[in-house]
Ligand binder design. Structure first.
Ligand code: P61
Length: 899
């Protein structure tokens, strides 16, 4: 089978870990303090840590497993599970646990390599020689013949060694030194030879998955075999199979030796108590065994393996194409530091590491002994980085290579055996810095997504009545239904979530939230609510007298509903450009002051409850309001004694678009822009589920007015919960207190807004009609122009959202005739000017590769658009019909044949 490289991650991001970027001066200081040895830098001083051991991203299930530790001393449930998984994944009946791979090696050497014997190994530089007794010999039996399987054993050499060298054990490393894979055929031949001589075959499978991928790709007859199958065969071929928990299984530590041989198991089990711990935990915490069990099963997932290896190949190719001297690695590019600095005699590995850190903040460290090697592995932490980040790390290396002549050699100040002991004197070469332009976070945990075939998706959407709200999340591959509550929280937020002390009184979390948001907004009253609509209900009840008008810059469903429930009458006062999907006007969220004034002139100021002023207007396409408009509206309202309330749900995106689009604000931090915006209102309602980077929460603020705040708190007590939480869990308040700070990182918010724009640009360049300019949170497709042959009463946007799902597995949301509903007086559909499909981008969840894949799918659909038909209702609810409505294609026959 010929496989195409995957075009995006086969998962989405569940949790992120924030990254720090440093100025060149900060890096120089930190490097000098570290004695020019990057080993001495803490992770907090590093932007990208290019290491593949113990820093991988886990699945959320694996992370959850870390909270399921049975920490009993003997016979923990976690060990029982580990045994079951080892039997399933490796086919071995016995498991000896150890604290990590070193523990595994020590046990084997200690029990199975008697003094005076030797080990035949395909990696003479593994730790075997260090762990073994001084007189133990290591026979290097690696062959040099095979171009791909460079880790293969030379069978003649092995045979000679077995006959003459008093060999106790044959040791084969899958992907020896991270560079040399072995073939299945070679491994079986080694096993036969070893068996014939009555010797054991020990396989180090810490990188068994990468090795299996090479076998699948290159070994004859293996192309159609699943990775899991190949892994199992490698493991079964070994008499003793060991694996480092912190490598392929993506744990932070742990290790096991698996075997089918009861005598060997007995030997190990009796010795493990000496060095590691009892035979049912072997130096691992119960939680580590649980996470390891999950990791062992997940590591064989076909899509995950192909993604990891695609990243490795892509990264290596980019470095190589940039001229950088390197060798292939199973997990990255291994830089030949001596060729990188041909004129430097000593310490070229540490010189490369120091110079790369100086120019970019990237750390690549070559562990081990001084002068034992010349390679510096630049390894990719499994699943933790995006392709864009990796491309830029490769570019940083290429950049350094181009200015290598300006790097000054290091003078060692210490005599050490190990590289972590070294300290140097250095001179900072006059080097140009590499500036990153990526997400300021790495992936901490990932989340599974639905993977259905096209036929399965056709069935799913039919069963969902052609309504994407009724699809199961498990059937969706890339979920662009909403950016509401779908953000990935950071590890800092999770830590705060976990540590928060719950109470029904004032809490620390509440105080932190009030302090943080008070500082950001300058508003006196900060009142948490369980989400946006709770704040909207409270505000509407306090501020609206029945019959009063509420002018707003386009409606939002819940906002308008609560205004109407309080007896208000909504009036749209947004600028006309907002209703024209083809207008490039940059401030389509602005309020038209003439429309406002006309309303006042006709009915009087007293007839206006307040101005409902939304940032980055959702229904208009995420379109921003400019600062002058906020000022002008507030000034006008002040003159007439009319309050102004922001719907600040997407205030940070709005601030970011002001920074980008208004040259007066190009050099102003988003935080300061937001602070100014917050002057021009009397308070805000916010759905925290968007910009605040949380999964649940909201807030009501008042800038100064104590009376309104007292009324709001009274209603909060009645409808929602405590004044300190608005009905939220204390933990969620704690997460929100951090979210409001993280949202103001300029690098983050710019990458967010640019990601949305990138999707818009890809679609626009291919001719797909979208609302222009692209706003902050979503790309809106103009369904009337995409499907001009479908009448609006046959719901082109609804049908388009359904077809996008069938074509791509992407879930979008209708924002058109179905959402707008019927006019209660005439019973006719409103047929709004904007008949849109919204592709909404969750925060910190998807990458540029996901966006490219979404665009490619929609462009494919656009090419066959004239074969798409409309829909008719088969079920139409009375209120907010878009949530539950069901449809069928108007031409059912045609519908069945489509695509
Ligand atoms: C959304 F189809 N938005 O965009 P709550 N104001 C604004 C919002 O965007 C908003 C709320 C208030 C959603 C969720 C959603 O008909 C729908 O925290 C500008 O959801 O209560 C929510 O905040 C309400 C989608 C809401 C809908 C209602 O996807």
């Amino acid at each position: 089978m010929k496989r195409r490289p995957p075009d995006h991650e086969p998962h989405k991001i569940h949790t992120v870990r924030l990254l720090t970027f440093f100025t060149p001066e900060e890096r120089k200081t930190q490097l000098a303090d570290a004695g020019f040895n990057v080993f001495n830098l803490t992770p907090d001083e590093v932007t990208f840590d290019m290491c593949s051991r113990a820093v991988n991203a886990m699945s959320q299930e694996q992370r959850a497993a870390q909270f399921l530790g049975d920490e009993a001393y003997a016979g923990a449930r976690n060990f029982e599970r580990l045994q079951e998984v080892v039997a399933r994944v490796f086919g071995h009946s016995y498991v000896c646990p150890a604290h990590n791979l070193y523990g595994c090696l020590k046990l084997v050497v200690n029990t199975m390599v008697p003094e005076g014997t030797s080990i035949a190994a395909n990696n003479p530089r593994s730790r075997l020689d260090l762990i073994s007794a001084p007189e133990t010999g290591i026979a290097d039996v690696r062959g040099a013949d095979d171009e791909v399987f460079t880790g293969n054993v030379d069978l003649d050499k092995l045979e000679r060694a077995l006959e003459s060298d008093n060999i106790a054990l044959c040791a084969v490393e899958a992907f020896a030194d991270g560079q040399h894979p072995v073939s299945l055929a070679n491994l079986s031949a080694v096993r036969s030879l070893a068996r014939r001589h009555g010797r054991r075959l020990l396989v180090d499978g810490s990188r068994v998955v990468e090795n299996a991928w090479y076998i699948q790709k290159h070994e004859p007859g293996c192309a159609d075999r699943p990775i899991a199958d190949i892994v199992r065969q490698i493991a079964k071929t070994a008499t003793l199979f060991m694996i480092d928990g912190a490598q392929d299984p993506k744990c932070n530590t742990g290790g096991i030796i698996a075997t089918d041989n009861p005598e060997d198991y007995e030997i190990l089990m009796n010795r493990v108590v000496v060095y590691e711990g009892l035979h049912t935990y072997g130096g691992m915490a119960g939680r580590t065994m649980e996470a390891l069990s999950h990791g062992l099963e997940e590591m064989c997932d076909e899509a995950e393996v192909h993604w990891v290896m695609h990243q490795t190949e892509r990264f290596t190719a980019r470095c190589r194409d940039g001229g950088v001297p390197l060798e292939r690695g199973c997990d990255g590019a291994y830089i030949k530091s001596d060729e990188f600095f041909p004129d430097v005699a000593d310490n070229t590995q540490d010189l490369f590491s120091a110079a790369l850190y100086q120019t970019s903040g990237v750390r690549a460290f070559a562990p081990g002994r001084v002068n034992s090697d010349r390679l510096v592995p630049v390894q990719i932490p499994r699943l933790a980085m995006t392709n864009r980040q990796l491309d830029q790390v490769a570019d940083a290396i290429i950049d350094l290579y181009e200015q290598r002549g300006r790097v000054e050699p290091l003078q060692s100040q210490t005599e050490g055996e190990w590289r972590d002991e070294m300290r140097y004197h250095g001179l900072f070469g006059n080097l140009e810095s590499f500036d990153f332009d990526t997400f300021p976070y790495e992936i901490h945990t990932i989340e599974e997504v639905g993977v259905l075939t096209r036929d399965e998706r056709k069935r799913a959407i039919r069963e969902a009545g052609y309504n994407t709200f009724l699809l199961r999340s498990a059937d969706v591959e890339i979920d662009l239904l909403t950016d509401s509550g779908t953000s990935a929280m950071s590890t800092d937020q999770w830590a705060a979530y976990d540590a928060a002390k719950a109470a029904t009184t004032i809490t620390n979390a509440y105080q932190q939230f009030v302090a943080a948001l008070g500082d950001i907004t300058g508003h006196k009253h900060i009142i948490p609510t369980h989400q946006g609509r709770a704040a909207e209900q409270i505000l509407s009840e306090i501020m609206i007298r029945p019959g009063q008008f509420v002018p707003g810059n386009m409606y939002f469903t819940t906002t308008k509903l609560h205004q109407e429930l309080a007896g208000g009458v909504f009036r749209d006062v947004i600028v006309d450009e907002a209703h024209d999907s083809t207008s490039d006007y940059p401030w389509k969220g602005n309020i038209d002051l003439d429309k406002l004034e006309a309303l006042r002139a006709e009915h009087g100021a007293d007839a206006i409850a307040y101005v409902s002023f939304e940032h980055a207007v959702n229904m208009a396409g995420g379109q921003p309001v400019n600062m002058d408009n906020m000022k002008a509206v507030y000034a006008w309202a002040g003159q007439h004694g009319i309050p102004v309330f922001f719907d600040a749900t997407r205030c940070v995106e709005n601030a970011c678009m002001i920074q980008e689009r208004d040259e007066r604000y190009h050099d102003v931090r988003v935080r300061d822009i937001l602070r100014e915006m917050m002057l021009y209102c009397d308070g805000c309602t916010v759905s925290g589920k968007k910009d605040f980077l949380i999964n649940i929460g909201g807030v009501q603020t008042f800038r100064e007015n104590d009376e309104w705040a007292a009324k709001a708190r009274r209603l909060l007590r009645i409808y929602e919960g405590n004044i300190s939480d608005g009905g939220l869990a204390t933990s969620d308040v704690a997460a929100m207190a951090l979210g409001v700070q993280e949202m103001l990182n300029d690098r983050y918010i710019r990458s967010r807004v640019r990601q949305t724009r990138a999707l818009g640009d890809m679609l626009r360049e291919a001719g797909v009609p979208i609302v222009r300019p692209t706003g902050g949170h979503a790309v809106f497709i103009d369904a009337r122009r995409f499907l001009p042959h479908i009448d609006q009463d046959e719901f082109p946007a609804q049908r388009l959202a359904a077809e996008i799902y069938v074509e791509t597995g992407v879930r979008a949301m209708e924002r058109g005739n179905v959402s707008k509903d019927r006019n209660p007086e005439t019973g006719e559909n409103y047929r709004p000017a904007l008949e849109l499909v919204r592709l909404t981008i969750p925060r910190r969840v998807y990458t540029l590769d996901h966006m490219r894949s979404v665009a490619d799918g929609i462009i494919r659909l656009y090419q066959r658009r004239d074969r798409i038909t409309g829909l008719r209702f088969v079920y139409e609810p009375e209120k907010l019909r878009f949530f539950q409505a069901r449809f069928e294609p108007v031409d059912a026959m045609l519908g069945r044949h489509e695509g």
